[in-house]
Design a protein around this ligand. Sequence first.
Ligand SMILES: Nc1ncnc2c1ncn2[C@@H]1O[C@H](COP(=O)(O)OP(=O)(O)O)[C@@H](O)[C@H]1O
Ligand SMILES: [Mg+2]
Length: 332
Amino acid sequence: MSSGPLLQVDNLQMHFPVTAGMVFRRQVGAVRAVDGVDFHIEKGETFGLVGESGCGKTTIGRCILKLEEPTGGSIRFDGDEVAHLPSTEVKAYRRRVQAVFQDPYSSLNPRMTVEEIVGEPFLVHKACARDEIPGRVRDLLSLCGLPGRVQDRYPHEMSGGQRQRVGIARALALRPDFLVCDEAVSALDVSIQAQIIRLLEDLREELGLTYLFIAHDLSVVRHICHRVAVMYLGKIVEIGESESLFADPKHPYTQALLEAVPVPDPAVEKDRQFEPIKGEVPSPMNPPGGCAFHPRCPKAMPSCSDLTPAMETVGPDRRAACPHTGPTQAAA
Ligand SMILES: Nc1ncnc2c1ncn2[C@@H]1O[C@H](COP(=O)(O)OP(=O)(O)O)[C@@H](O)[C@H]1O
Ligand SMILES: [Mg+2]
C-alpha cells in the first residue's frame, strides 16, 4: 500500500459527445458533465460531494468505479492510475472499490432472494466455495444489522431501510477498501437515514473503509463527512473541512446552498429569510462564460462574466473558486 492518499483525482474531465443526424451521426457539441476536477481522499476518510442535481456527482463516482471512461485527467487509487490498469488487475480493482446506490429497489434484482443477491459477488469472483456462501451471507447480513431469517426473502418483501442494508452487505462481500455511496440514503425517511448513516460510520471504523459520499442533501453530508467538495456545473467551487465549511462558507454558491437548507429549529425557521437560489442550473452543454455561477450569483460583478476563477486558498484547509470571497472570519 502506498503512503499517499487512497484516492487522488487530478483534472478529471468527462465530456459526453452530443450527436445529431439520422444517418451520418456527427458530433455537434459536448455535455461537460465533469470539467476539470481535483480532490483526494485519505484512507479512512469520508469525503462528501455535494451540489444540485446534474452538476456531475454521479459521473465522478462512475469514473472512479470504472463504469465510465473519463475523457481527460487522472484517477489514482492507492498510487496506481486507474485508467491504465492492465486487464489482469481490473478485477482486483473492482473488488477493492464498490458502490452503494440510491435506490436498492432498482439496483437489486427483484427475482433474486437476499441470499442470492448478497452471495452473487462470491460466485462472480469465485471468492469462496459454493457451499460456504450461505454462511458468508449470514455473517454479512448480521454485520449490517439484518437477522438471518431475511436470507430467503425477496427485495419487495422488505422495507426501504432493510433493502439498503442488503445493498450495503452486498457491497461489502468482497471486503473492499473503498465505497462510492451515491445518494445512498437520499430515498429514505429521515429516521431511517440516521440508522443507515450510523451503520455506515460503524462499518467504516470496524472495517477501515474509506467513503466517497455523494449527496444533494447538505444536512446528511454535514453529519457524516470529514471533508466536503461543493460542485457547480462540472467543477468544484469550494472544498474544505466539513465543520468549518458549513459554519463559514466562502463561495456564494455554497452560501446559497446552505441558505436553502431548512433549519431543524422551528423558532429559527419561522423568522429566517428563506432565499432559494434564483434561476435554474444552466445546461452543461453550454455553460455561461467566466464564472459559471455568475448569472445566479447575488454577489456577481461585471468581471465575473469574463474571468474563470481558479481555486485559491481562502482559509485554513479551505479552497474556493471566487475572487470575491471575503477574508476568513478568524482573520477579520
Ligand atoms: N451518458 C451520458 N450521456 C450524456 N450526458 C450525460 C450522461 N450521463 C450524465 N450526463 C449529463 O451529465 C450531467 C451530470 O450528470 P450527473 O453526473 O448524473 O449529475 P448529478 O449526479 O450531480 O445529478 C447532466 O447534465 C447529465 O444529463
Ligand atoms: Mg446523481
